[in-house]
Ligand binder design. Structure first.
Ligand SMILES: *[C@@H]1O[C@H](CO)[C@@H](O)[C@H](O)[C@H]1NC(C)=O
Ligand SMILES: *[C@@H]1O[C@H](CO)[C@@H](O)[C@H](O)[C@H]1NC(C)=O
Ligand SMILES: *[C@@H]1O[C@H](CO)[C@@H](O)[C@H](O)[C@H]1NC(C)=O
Ligand SMILES: *[C@@H]1O[C@H](CO)[C@@H](O)[C@H](O)[C@H]1NC(C)=O
Ligand SMILES: CC(=O)N[C@H]1CO[C@H](CO)[C@@H](O)[C@@H]1O
Length: 553
C-alpha cells in the first residue's frame, strides 16, 4: 500500500497516523466489499425503473417514444431486490458533487463550489493556490477511511480532481483514469486526439485530428475516453512510476486498437484488482467514476458534443446474461468502418452502465463474494441540456440512486421516497466498514443510511435536501423539503405531491393561498439557507479551520 499523506494541518497528521495504525487495520473478510459507481450527467428520468413517462431523446429533447428509451434489465432487478431513491440529490455540477461524495461535506467546508469556482488556499510555505485540494480541506476522505479499515482501495474512471500531481493524496492504493486529466501530456501512444496546429491566415486557431490528419472546424483539443482511449494507471503492479500510460504490458499493447473501448479497459483493470484482493483475503472498496453518460467528441463519426457509440450488447433474459460484441474499427480513406458498435445516443450510455453493473455482479459471483458486497450506483448531476437551465427546479442536483446488497439482509426493498444526499455516502460507507468512530469529532454534513438500509429503521433521518449552485453570476442555494422546494432561480415550488415525471411541480406565487405547513416549512428551510449562506465570507480555505473544527466538539 502506498503511504501516508503529508498534511499541512498538524492536528490531522496526528489523527491520520492514528487512523493508519488503528485497531481496525486488521484484514477481515467479514467486512463487506463496497462498490460505488458514478455515471456522468444522467438524470433519474433516463432510467426506466423511475417510470417517469418521459426521458431524453438523442437530441436532448424530452420524449416518450419507446425507441429512445434505455433497456436496463440489471437495474430493474436491483430496483426490486435492492432499493432505489427518488429524492437523491447531489449538486448541479460534477466537481462540487464529487467533492461532497468523497468527503461527506458541503462546499462550505470543501470549498468546491462549482466546476470553475473553488476556494484558494495558502500552504505551509505561504504559497497561494487557486484551487484548494479536497485532501487539504477534508483530510479524512472516503479512501482514507477505507484504508484505515483495512480495505484494498481502487479508483477507476475519471479523476476530475484538478490536482493531477497529487492523485496519491486521496488515499487510493491503485487506479485507472480514463481519460487522463487534460493537464497531462498527451499519451505517447496513438490514442485519438485533436491537437492545436497553429493559426490560419486570419489568426484563428487550427485544430487537427491526429488520426485522420483532417482539420476539424470548431473543434478544441480532445483526448478520447471512449474509443482508443487516453488512459493512465495509478500505481500499477510491477511498475516503478506512480502514473503509467496504458497499455503498458505486451498483452495489452497487442490488444490496443481503434476498437478498444475505454470503459472496457477500466473494467478489465478493476476486475484484476478485485481478484487480487480476494486472493489476499482483503475486502475491496471500488470508487468507479465512469465517463459514461458524458457528451463528448465522437471520433468515429467526427461529431462534436454527442454521446459516442458504444459496443453492441444483447441481453438473454432467461440466463440473465449480457453478451457484448467485439468491436472492430478500421480506417479506409479517412473514414471509419465499424463492426459491433451502435450509433451512440444517451440510451446506449445508460445501457452500458447497466452492463457495467452486471459485470461487477458477475465478477463478485465468480469470486464467491457477492453475498458480502454492497453496490451503490448514482450519477454526479442531471442530464446535460435537461431544460437547458440547470437552475430550473431540481433538474441539476436530482440524481438516480440504487443500492444493492444481495445476501446482506437489506431491510428495505423497492422505491424509497426518503431524502438522500451525496454527503450521506461517507458516513454510510464508514458504518459498513466499521470505522465510523474515526469520524467522531470530525465535522460532517452527511447522515448514515446504515440503520435505514440494514437495521430496519423506519426513516432515514434527513429532513431536507440541500445543494449549491455557484457561477460567476452569483451564488445560489437550492433546497427541498417535504412540502416546498426552492430552485436556483429563487423560485419556490409546491412539492407536497410527488409528480410522475419528478419535475412538473407547481410554482408558488401566492403564499397566502397555500396550506400553513408549506409556509412553515419555507420558514424552516430559509433558516437552513441562512446558516449555509457563507459563500462570501467562507469562500476560501482557512488553514486553521480544521483545528477549529476538531476542537469544537
Ligand atoms: C437464452 O439462453 C437460453 C438458455 O441457454 C437459450 O435457450 C436461448 O436461446 C437464449 N435466448 C436468446 C435470445 O439468445
Ligand atoms: C450493432 O449495432 C449496429 C448499429 O446500430 C447494428 O447495425 C447491428 O445490427 C447491431 N448488431 C447487433 C447484433 O445487435
Ligand atoms: C451536469 O453537469 C454538466 C457539466 O458536467 C453540465 O454540462 C450539465 O448541464 C449539468 N446538468 C444539469 C441538468 O444541470
Ligand atoms: C440474514 O438473515 C438470515 C436469515 O434470517 C441469517 O441466517 C443470516 O445470518 C443473515 N445474514 C446477515 C449478513 O445478517
Ligand atoms: C436533516 C438534516 O440534514 N439536518 C441537518 C441540517 O443541517 C444542520 C446544520 O449543519 C444539521 O445540524 C442537521 O443535522
Amino acid at each position: 500500500m502506498k503511504g501516508a499523506v503529508g498534511l499541512s494541518v498538524g492536528l490531522f497528521v496526528v489523527l491520520y497516523c492514528a487512523v493508519l495504525s488503528g485497531a481496525d487495520g486488521a484484514k477481515s473478510r467479514t467486512k463487506p466489499n463496497i462498490i460505488v459507481l458514478i455515471g456522468d450527467d444522467l438524470s433519474p428520468r433516463e432510467f426506466p425503473s423511475y417510470d417517469t413517462g418521459v426521458w431524453s431523446s438523442t437530441d436532448e429533447e424530452p420524449t416518450d417514444k419507446k425507441h429512445f428509451r434505455a433497456k436496463t434489465p440489471m437495474l430493474d432487478k436491483i430496483a426490486k431486490e435492492g432499493i432505489f431513491f427518488d429524492k437523491a440529490w447531489a449538486t448541479p455540477i460534477c466537481a462540487a458533487s464529487r467533492g461532497m461524495l468523497m468527503t461527506g461535506r458541503y462546499a462550505t467546508i470543501t470549498k468546491w463550489w462549482y466546476n470553475f469556482d473553488y476556494g484558494s488556499w495558502t500552504d505551509g510555505n505561504g504559497k497561494v493556490g487557486d484551487i484548494v485540494p479536497l485532501w487539504i480541506t477534508s483530510p479524512l476522505g472516503i479512501a482514507h477511511l477505507a484504508t484505515a479499515a483495512g480495505y484494498g482501495t481502487f479508483w477507476g474512471g475519471r479523476a476530475g480532481m484538478k490536482d493531477v500531481n497529487n492523485l496519491d493524496k486521496f488515499g487510493f492504493e491503485r487506479g485507472i483514469f480514463v481519460p487522463a486529466p487534460q493537464e497531462f501530456l498527451p499519451s505517447p501512444l496513438s490514442d485519438f486526439q485533436i491537437v492545436g496546429a497553429g493559426v490560419d491566415e486570419d489568426g484563428n486557431k487550427i485544430f487537427v485530428n491526429k488520426d485522420t490528419g483532417k482539420v476539424e472546424p470548431g473543434a478544441r483539443p480532445q483526448r478520447s475516453y471512449t474509443w482508443r482511449p487516453h488512459v493512465l494507471l495509478l500505481n500499477p503492479p510491477n511498475e516503478d512510476e506512480q502514473l503509467v500510460y496504458y497499455p503498458n504490458t505486451r498483452k495489452t499493447k497487442q490488444a490496443y486498437s481503434r476498437g478498444t473501448f475505454g470503459p472496457d479497459v477500466d473494467m478489465e483493470v478493476t476486475k484484476k484488482f478485485m481478484e487480487t484482493c480476494v486472493e489476499e483475503d482483503t475486502p475491496f472498496f471500488l470508487y468507479a467514476t465512469s465517463r459514461i453518460g458524458h457528451k463528448a467528441y465522437d471520433f468515429i463519426n467526427q461529431k462534436t458534443d454527442t454521446w459516442p457509440p458504444t459496443p453492441n450488447l444483447s441481453w438473454n433474459a432467461s440466463k440473465e446474461k449480457y453478451t457484448k460484441e467485439e468491436p472492430v474499427i478500421s480506417k479506409r480513406g479517412g473514414k471509419y468502418r465499424t463492426k459491433g458498435i451502435n450509433n451512440g445516443g444517451i440510451r446506449r450510455h445508460v445501457e452500458y452502465l447497466d452492463y457495467t453493473i452486471w459485470q461487477y455482479v458477475e465478477k463478485c459471483k465468480e469470486l464467491g463474494v457477492l453475498d458480502n458486497t454492497v453496490i451503490i450506483f448514482s450519477t454526479d448531476n442531471g442530464t446535460k441540456g435537461y431544460g437547458k437551465d440547470s437552475k430550473n427546479k431540481q433538474r441539476g442536483p436530482h440524481v438516480p440512486m440504487f443500492i444493492y446488497a444481495p445476501g446482506m439482509n437489506m431491510t428495505k426493498q423497492g422505491r424509497s421516497s426518503e431524502f438522500v444526499s451525496f454527503v450521506d455516502i461517507v458516513p454510510t460507507v464508514a458504518d459498513l466498514m466499521g470505522v465510523s468512530y474515526l469520524l467522531d469529532g470530525y465535522e460532517l454534513h452527511g447522515q448514515s443510511l446504515y440503520k435505514y438500509l440494514f437495521r430496519g429503521a423506519k426513516k432515514h433521518t434527513r429532513e431536507y435536501n440541500f445543494s449549491y449552485q455557484t457561477r460567476s453570476t452569483g451564488h445560489k442555494q437550492l433546497i427541498r423539503g417535504s412540502y416546498v422546494m426552492k430552485d436556483g432561480g429563487d423560485r419556490w415550488y409546491d412539492v407536497s405531491n410527488e409528480k410522475r415525471d419528478l419535475d412538473s411541480y407547481p410554482i408558488i406565487t401566492n403564499w397566502n393561498k397555500v396550506p400553513k405547513e408549506l409556509r412553515d416549512e419555507r420558514d424552516e428551510l430559509s433558516k437552513v439557507l441562512d446558516e449555509f449562506d457563507v459563500y462570501e465570507t467562507e469562500h476560501d480555505y482557512d488553514p486553521t479551520a480544521n483545528q477549529k473544527r476538531k476542537k469544537r466538539k
